[in-house]
Design a protein around this ligand. Structure first.
Ligand code: PLP
Length: 387
C-alpha cells in the first residue's frame, strides 16, 4: 500500500510507515526479537541485524514521522529528552549554541548541566531575531527554538529566524522543538529548520501512555551523524512503545483538530470571564503573534494549549486547579484527556521567581492542555471551578 506525493496529511497519517511483515498484516505486528538471523557471516536475511541498531516497529514510526514532517529521514528515541541529548551530543567539543530563553525546562537543563561537560556553551535570549547578530560567534554551531513556548505560548517566526541565522553562517544548524503543535499544525523543515524534534510523549502518541522522542531531517550527512549516535548511545524506544506511538500518530489530525477547536472556544470563554486577568492562546485574534500564527500554522489553528492568569494570586490558582472534575491536575500535555497545571508550582518550580516572572510565569498562571472531550462539558467544568 504505497503512499504517493499527492496524498493529504490525513491519508499519510494512516498509511505512512507501512507494515513490513510478509503476511499482508493490515496493522503491523510487534516485532520483539532483539536479533535477526543471517545466511552467512555479515549477510542478514533482511535489513535488520540487532534491535538497538534498527527494528521494524521503530523503522515504521521513523518513516511515518519523516513523511508527516515533510522530511527525508526520521529517527526515534527513548524520550524527547534523549532526542535533545543526542542532538547536543553531536556538537563538537567546545561548540557554542544559542537558545530561546523559555525553552522546555529539561532542554535548558541539558544545555547548562550536561552539554557543558563537553564544553558546549549556550547563550539564552527571548529576543532572538534582534540578538542573533550580537550572539553568533565563530564557534556557534546550533540555534534552538521552541514555538509556541511553554507555558506563555509565544510564537516565533521560524522562517525569519532561519533566514537571519543562515545569512550570518549557513552552517549553523537550526533546531525547532515542534512538540506543542505536532506535524499536523506546522512543519518547521519547510520553513528553513534543519532538525525538527518532538517529545512524542505528547501529541504524537497522544494517549499519555508512552514516553518517546522523535526527530526529522532532510540533510543526509546530518541524518548519518544522528543515526550513528542513536545506535552508539543506545537511547532507543522499545518495539512496543514504537508501535503504540505509531498507532497514536494515525489519529493525530483528528485529535489536534478537535483540541484546537475546543481550545479556541475555551480561550474565548476565559477571555470574557471576570475572574481572569489575561489569556495566552495563539488562536485568539488578540494574540501578540497572531500574524505569524496565520502564516505558520495550518488554517491559523492555535493548538490545544492555553495559559491564563487567575484573579486572586497563587491561592486562587491552587484552589481553582483542585476543583476541576474533568481536567486532571497533572503535568504533561497533548493527550486525549484534558489536563490542568500551575507551572510556577509544578513544571517551572525550579526557576527563581524573578527569572520566571520575566518570561511571564507569574504565581497566578494556570496552564491547560485541552483534550478531546465534549467542549461544553469542559467549559461547564471550568465554570463550576470558578464558582
Ligand atoms: C515534554 C517535553 C520535552 C521532553 O520530552 P520527554 O519525552 O518528556 O523527555 C521536550 N520539549 C517539550 C516542548 C516538551 O513538552
Amino acid at each position: 500500500m504505497a503512499i504517493q506525493s499527492t496524498d493529504k496529511f490525513e491519508t499519510l497519517a494512516i498509511h505512512a510507515g507501512a507494515s513490513q511483515d510478509n503476511h499482508g498484516s493490515v496493522i503491523e505486528p510487534i516485532s520483539l526479537s532483539t536479533t535477526f538471523a543471517q545466511t552467512a557471516p555479515g549477510k542478514p536475511i533482511g535489513v535488520y541485524e540487532y534491535s538497538r541498531s534498527s527494528n521494524p516497529n521503530r523503522k515504521s514510526l521513523e518513516d511515518a514521522i519523516a513523511v508527516l514532517e515533510k522530511g527525508k529521514y526520521g529517527l526515534a528515541f527513548s524520550s524527547g529528552s534523549a532526542t535533545t541529548g543526542v542532538i547536543l551530543q553531536s556538537l563538537p567539543q567546545g561548540s557554542h549554541a544559542i537558545s530561546i530563553g523559555d525553552v522546555y525546562g529539561g532542554t535548558h537543563r541539558y544545555f547548562t548541566k550536561v552539554a557543558n561537560a563537553h564544553g558546549v556553551e549556550t547563550d539564552f535570549t527571548n529576543n532572538l531575531i534582534e540578538d542573533l547578530p550580537k550572539l553568533v560567534k565563530e564557534n556557534t554551531k546550533l540555534v534552538w527554538i521552541e514555538s509556541p513556548t511553554n507555558p506563555t505560548l509565544t510564537v516565533t517566526d521560524i522562517a525569519l529566524v532561519s533566514k537571519t541565522v543562515k545569512a550570518i553562517n549557513k552552517d549553523i544548524i537550526l533546531v525547532v522543538d515542534n512538540t506543542f503543535l505536532s506535524p499536523y499544525l506546522s512543519n518547521p523543515l519547510t520553513l528553513g529548520a534543519d532538525i525538527v524534534v518532538h517529545s512524542g510523549t505528547k501529541y504524537i502518541n497522544g494517549h499519555s501512555d508512552v514516553v518517546i522522542g522523535v526527530l526529522a531531517v532532510n540533510d543526509e550527512a546530518l541524518y548519518e551523524r544522528l543515526s550513528f549516535l542513536q545506535n552508539a548511545i543506545g537511547a532507543i524506544p522499545s518495539p512496543f512503545d514504537s508501535w503504540l506511538a505509531h498507532r497514536g500518530l494515525k489519529t493525530l489530525h483528528l485529535r489536534v483538530q478537535r483540541a484546537s477547536e475546543s481550545a479556541l472556544k475555551i480561550a474565548e470563554f476565559l477571555n470574557k470571564n471576570e475572574n481572569v486577568l489575561a489569556v495566552n492562546y495563539p488562536g485568539l485574534e488578540s494574540h501578540p503573534n497572531r500574524e505569524i500564527v496565520k502564516k505558520q500554522h495550518r488554517n491559523g489553528l492555535g493548538g490545544g494549549m492555553i495559559s491564563f492568569r487567575i484573579k486572586g494570586g497563587a491561592d486562587a490558582a491552587d484552589k481553582f486547579t483542585s476543583q476541576t472534575r474533568l481536567f486532571a491536575l497533572a503535568e504533561s500535555l497533548g493527550g486525549i484527556e484534558s489536563l490542568i497545571s500551575v507551572p510556577p508550582k509544578m513544571t517551572h518550580a525550579g526557576i527563581p521567581k524573578e527569572q520566571r516572572e520575566a518570561s511571564g510565569v507569574y504565581d497566578d498562571l494556570i496552564r491547560v492542555s485541552v483534550g478531546i472531550e465534549d467542549v461544553d462539558d469542559l467549559i461547564a467544568d471550568l465554570e463550576q471551578a470558578f464558582k
